[in-house]
Every structure is written in structure tokens, then in C-alpha cells.
Design a protein around this ligand. Sequence first.
Ligand code: MEV
Length: 434
Amino acid sequence: MGSDFLKKFEGFSKLHYEERLSRLQELGYLSKEDIAYLQLGSVSKKLKERVELTQCFIENALGYFPLPLGLAANFIINKKSYVLPMAVEETSIIAAASKTARWICEEGEITTQVLSALSIGQIQMPEVKDYNSLKNCISQNFPEWKKLINKNVLSSMVKRGGGLKDYELRSLRRPDGRTMAVLHLYIDTCSAMGANIINQTCEYLKEPLEKASGEKAGLCILSNLSDKRMVQAQVKLRNQDSQLIKKIEEASLFAEIDPYRACTSNKGVLNGVDALLIATGNDWRAVSAGLHAYASRKGPYSSLTKWRVKENELHGEMKGPFMLGTVGGVTDLHPTARLCLKILAFPKATELAGLCCALGLVQNLGALRALVTEGVIEGHMKLHVKNLVLKAGAKTEEEQKTLEKELIKVLKKMKRITLSQAIQVFKEIKKKMD
Ligand code: MEV
């Protein structure tokens, strides 16, 4: 299966834009209409429709800020093949994801599991008079509140198997020594991200809670540290150069024990995660905030990923909270998000969460492999050369090819290259050509 799938994407990155779209149409990922939409480069040809849509999303709308959209190929996750849409502006991220996924496809595997699927809504009680009687009151009333909420607020979730499931009461010590209590409501929002419905649930319970307990409630809001909505991903690589995998393990240890390195390593993880979240119309700030908070759950900020050598194999893992959706909100409204979800065959939220986690882990492996071998600059720069060729003013195919060749030579020699060097090299090429 792996090699057949890889063959379909062989040379994909070298194709011209139009050929790439045709290949995706042949493979059944895109329709003729999807291609026309992508070529439009906007959400609609009609100004009125464009404006109306921006106003569905935001206030004081001026227009759109289009990000480049690409596809990472070669992913086989839980034995199922995927191409992952990624909206991102940084060079090399998609190339690294596709290249690393190909490596794993040839020599290993990617697996994911959903560990739990409950979101957290918080009701704060800023200063409780009697924590124990609050605790008893909630335990007595919760079954009734649960029925009411599931009927009056979450009935559509209940129909799909979700709804309010459980609660937890937490006691926090305030700086003035008094007690703050926080009621957590655990809600299954199915394939919706669920932010609004979680907030509504908390608001709904505020009054009955205050009445029954005699305590004053404060904030009613979801928590983005959704550590009851967890997924994990693993990567295994066999038949590898023992030096290489040892270096990757050492790089992993560095990020596990040093917050300065952990932050950069996690940024690399989010290069993948966020790009997939944006492409599918998800709130990437919510997931990023959750992952960063989770990365410091043990005290010092640490790495989201861990790589170890086990019996000559490289094993990687990542675990984290992924509060995202595949129905409702922007995922339904934004035509590009719809298209990207279609490419993924309209996954459930739990499946998309697994894909995000797997992509983050693979992206991290790609970065570590580059860092422990040639460094990230070379790969970055090779792609950057293409941009420099255009910026330096090369127009005809001959000019572009010649300049690219020359710039790669400069890059190899100097290890770096700037726009002014590119312009200089182009001037010399032009002189010779004229
Ligand atoms: C750059 O966008 C991401 C990296 O810095 C990640 C890392 O250092 O692991 C290359």
C-alpha cells in the first residue's frame, strides 16, 4: 500500500502549478469546480459575496489576507493514506513534512489514538464561604442539572452521543489566603469545536448554582487547556543509521530539559499543527495555547515530543490536547476550509485531532533530522533561491534557470545568499547574455 501511495505523489513537488492541480484531480482529491475555485484565489468572484462573508467572520472588515495553501503528501497514518492541506507562509515546512512522511512511509509507521474527548467549561466562584457545603450541594444537584442542561442547552449534542457528562470541583488558594472554587463541566461536543456551546452551558448553570449553593459565581468560560480532549501519535523508524538516530535522541533530550530549546522545538511542531488547523478553518490560537500550557504541566516548560532509540529503532511520541472541530463555525462557512476538509474526506474532529498530532510529530522529526545533519539553512535556502531568482528580476525561463544555477553555486560556496548578491549575479549573467 505504502509504495503505491508514494508512487502517486512521485515528483509532485516538481510539477508546475497547473499539472499539480490536474494530478490531484486525477487522484480524486479535487473536482473541476474545486480547481476553478483555487485558481480564483479568493472566496468568490463577486464583491458582494466576498464582503458578506467577511462580515460573517469579523467586524470592521476590510478584505481578506490570503495565506498560501499547499499539500503535504505521503502520509500514511493508522494504515490510511492522507494528503494534508496546509495554510502557511514559511518556506520549507510543507517540503519537510512531505519528505519526512515519505521517509517514514518507506521505513516505518505513524499511528495515533484518541485518549479522551471531553471539553472543559469553567465556572469560577471567586471567594467561597464554605467549600465543603458547596461540594455537597453540587454532588446532590448535579444529576438534575445534567438532565436540564442536556435537554435545554445540549440537546443537539445529546442526539449525536455527546452532551454534559461529568463535573469536577477544584479548590484554589488565592493570594490573600482565601479559597476560590472552580467547577469544571466535562462536555462532549462531538465533532464541533464547541466554544460557544460550552460557554452557554456554563452561563446556563450560573444561576441555579448560585441559588442552590448560596455562593457567588464569577467567570463562565471554557478552558483551552483541554486535557480531557487528548490525542497521541507515535512514529517508528526501522533500519536507520545508528549515529543519526542517536543524534535525534540527543536533540530530543535537549528540548525535554531546556525550556529555551523546548520553545523552538515546539514552534516547529506547531509549524505543522497550525498550518493544518488554519487550512481546515480551526481556531489555531486555541490549540496552540492548549499545547503550550500542556507543555508546562509538570512545572518547567518542556518539549511536546520525545524521541528514543529502542533496539536500533527510532521511536517518537507526542501527546496533547486538541480542541478542534470539523462541523460548525468557520469550518462550515469558509469555502477554502470546506475544500480542505473535503480533501481529508470530511473527518470527525477526533480523526482530525489525530492528524494534527501526527503532523506535528512528523514536522518535528523533519526539523531534528535537518538540524543534526546539514542544518536547516541549506534546505531553506535552496527554496529561498527560487524566490530570489524572481526578486532579482529574472523573467524568461532561460534567465531564471541560469540565475538559479549560479545562485546555488554561490550558496554552496558561501553557505548563505542575499538579494543584493542575487541582483549582482543576475547583472553579470545579463551582460554575458546580451
Ligand atoms: C523553524 O520554523 C522551526 C525549527 O526551528 C524547529 C526546530 O528547531 O526544531 C527548525
